[in-house]
Design a protein around this ligand. Structure first.
Ligand code: PRP
Ligand code: URA
Length: 209
């Protein structure tokens, strides 16, 4: 069973409150999603390997550490995952970005794949799949399967709000994929929305309905 990390940092919980609020408009919503993604990425990258280097400070030479240059890839699930990319790239600007288009059919709630463009060397990269919402888990499971079919091996999944059903489904289908999330909410409602959730993340990010 894969590990699930719920990020309970006060800044994350505070910002989450504002994106849940139905009165928060698209501009502020986008800014908060970006900030939350940066904060979550801090935890997701906690175990990146370091190597020792020497640097001359104004005072003397010293041994210090730098990232060992592990290649990273950020894979947003279109469309709402796009809102998370810039925040993550602020922390890891050298990451390449691949896109996987999956939308959830509103009637069947089943994922429909419509786009895939990935870095050519994904098998060498540490991949972070991002989507603000993990509801039934169908979209995340399909996107991760896509990546594995194309050779992706080291995959983490990062989201803002999850339903317990979605977490369980991803763990079952992809037990090797660690999940990072700001909140695991109560349940899904009859329309497949996370309760209490924040509504439709894509619509709120881009002002559509
Ligand atoms: C939302 C969300 C996830 C998916 C989660 O996308 O961004 O991708 O639903 O639901 P699931 O876990 O039940 O699959 P949506 O299909 O609304 O598409 P959008 O990003 O284009 O708005
Ligand atoms: N997708 C969303 O954007 N919100 C939900 O609550 C469920 C799926």
């Amino acid at each position: 069973m894969s590990k699930v990390t719920v990020m309970e940092h006060p800044l994350i919980q505070h910002k989450l409150t504002f994106i849940r609020d139905k009165n928060t408009g698209s501009k502020e919503f986008r800014e908060l999603v970006e900030e939350l993604s940066l904060l979550l990425a801090y935890e997701v990258t906690r175990n990146l390997p370091l190597n020792e280097v020497e640097v001359e400070t104004p005072v003397c030479w010293t041994k210090t550490k730098q990232l060992s240059g592990k290649k990273m890839g950020v894979i947003p699930i279109l469309r709402a995952g796009l809102g998370m990319v810039d925040g993550i790239l602020k922390l890891i600007p050298a990451a390449k970005v691949g896109h996987v288009g999956v939308y959830r059919d509103p009637k069947t709630l089943k994922p429909v794949e419509y786009y895939c463009k990935l870095p050519s060397d994904i098998e060498e990269r540490e991949l972070i799949v991002v989507d603000p919402m993990l509801a039934t888990g169908g979209s995340a499971i399909a996107a991760i399967e896509f990546l594995k079919d194309k050779g992706g091996k080291n995959i983490k999944f990062m989201c803002l709000v999850a339903a317990p059903e979605g977490v369980e489904a991803v763990q079952k289908e992809h037990p090797d994929v660690e999940i990072y999330v700001a909140s695991i909410d109560n349940e899904l409602n009859e329309k497949g929305y996370i309760v209490p959730g924040l509504g439709d993340a894509g619509d709120r990010l881009y002002g559509t309905k």
